[in-house]
Design a protein. Structure first.
Length: 255
């Protein structure tokens, strides 16, 4: 007998940026949404911002801790809740020259991929037990193109792995009515840059990259979220295994 539990969206890394804006669009479509974040202050702020849009839950979980991953896996194992939509939006970015990378900062990227892998596995099993679902991973243009001004070998390696995972999951899960896609943004305004840019100078600093994009400006989180929402929707029922460039034209050519 088919499980008739409520369809739910799960946003990993949804307390800011593209994840937050994706949650907002899903809530506006009357989809119950669970937002997972690491930072409690940001998570509470997200709750205040999103609460007006619909049925929202939040969960604090650190993807660098086994306990944090397990909390999300246990949620996915809850048979009364069909996680029909998954967005893997958690990320970290700090440009570091290849010759300067340490074991620790390399592991920062790879451990995040490991968490995404096993969270996605648990959610896919939840989808399989219900009527299927859709997954969107937040990849990166840096996975496809090296930019000398932002040396990002470990980050790019991790994101390229996420692109590959997207395609492998799409192939293996298609028979179970589970679609898996990714978006590949260029530079988008996000708190992820606070790891190396003073928040007070964020807008001014990011504006120096406007001319890098053929369209002439950096992206906004809501612009990426609209593509994420589209890929999760029934309007893209014949799309799986795709890596969508949402990058102001950078992959086509850089100014």
């Amino acid at each position: 007998m088919q499980n008739t539990s409520q369809a739910t969206a799960l946003i990993i890394g949804g307390s800011s940026g593209m994840g937050l804006e994706s949650a907002k669009l899903l809530l506006k479509r009357n989809i119950k949404t669970i937002v997972v974040g690491r930072n409690l202050e940001k998570l509470n702020q997200a709750r205040r911002e999103l609460a007006e849009y619909g049925d929202l839950e939040t969960m604090q979980a650190d993807l660098y801790q086994v306990e944090g991953i397990q909390r999300i896996v246990e949620l996915a194992n809850n048979s009364t809740q069909h996680i029909k939509y998954l967005v893997n939006s958690a990320g970290y970015f700090k440009p570091t020259p290849f010759l300067d990378h340490s074991n620790d900062d390399y592991d920062t990227y790879q451990e995040l991929n490991r968490a995404i892998f096993f969270i996605s596995q648990a959610v896919a099993k939840n989808m399989l037990a219900n009527s299927g679902g859709a997954i969107v991973n937040i990849g990166s243009m840096w996975a496809k193109q090296a930019i000398k001004a932002t040396p990002s070998s470990a980050y790019s390696m991790a994101k390229a792995g996420l692109h590959a995972l997207t395609q492998h999951m799409a192939m293996e899960l298609a028979d179970h009515n589970i679609r898996v896609n990714a978006v590949s943004p260029a530079l988008v305004k996000s708190t992820i840059f606070e790891s190396f840019i003073d928040p007070n100078a964020m807008d001014e600093t990011l504006a120096t990259f406007n001319g890098f994009h053929p369209i002439g400006r950096i992206g906004q989180p809501e612009e990426i979220a609209k593509t994420v929402d589209f890929l999760l929707s029934d309007d893209t029922n014949w799309v799986t295994g795709a890596i969508w460039d949402v990058d102001g034209g950078v992959i086509a050519g850089r100014n």
